[in-house]
Ligand binder design. Sequence first.
Ligand code: G1P
Length: 286
Amino acid sequence: MKIKKAIIPAGGYGTRFLPVTKAVPKELLPIVDKPMIQYIVEEARASGIELIILIVNHGKEAIEDHFDINYELEDILGKKGNHELLGLIEGLSDMIRIVSIRQKRPLGLGHAVLQAKHLIGDEPFAVILGDDIIDAQMPCLLQMAGVYEEYKRPVIAVQRVPREETSRYGIIKGRQTGKRVYTLDDVVEKPLPDKAPSTLAIIGRYILVPEIFDILERIPAGAGGELQLTDGLRELLGEKGLIGYEFEGDRYDGGDKLGFLFANIAYAMKRPEIKDKLLAYMKGFQ
Ligand code: G1P
């Protein structure tokens, strides 16, 4: 079955990026000149997603504005004949259908996903985390949709991380059963390096089935006192099985200062008008 809906949780406080996130949603911080969340929405669209369900909290209205029409700006640019700039913004509002739901209390990623239950219905769906920017020839979510199609089981994206970083991620336990494919036996949220069952970390792309909602409704809060999606996956694994898929592509942790800077440099280096000048500038730091 085709994956048509994607949930994008955007309800966090972005505390790792204070003070900038005091008044500006983290999701709108730019990578070169595009907000992080636009990369995510573009990946979703290129993967065949038709509806985005944004989970927001108060203070995130600017995200909705970003994907809306700005008549005044479009009118001004149009009258000035500045079609290049107009082209950068006018497609944004009809790129994809977006609805937003408020997560009224910050009770965790599992809780955020649960807010979309009534909009999903009886079909598989995607969850995409805005912090994980993935630059890939074939969009990561599209790669995963192919895996779902083949195995008919929920799929989560995984990537190898250094052992000292396991406590920043959900970590999988599983056996490799195909090219880039792992059949999972367990998932653990943010284990300490000496407790981690592997160094394969869950990255923010999931293809899930509606059964996850009933699970999230009945399990208790986990790590950090929050309702963890990973704890829900652990139950789902018992009911439906779970595939870990080691995607092809470069992933940047946009929620981390260094990861965010790396992403900016990597995407800037793809821009011919920036690349040479940036390189020349960086040489000055050696
Ligand atoms: C979340 C998930 C974690 C996953 C990570 C990927 O953690 O809970 O399992 O590995 O995203 O980015 P967070 O980054 O929200 O703390």
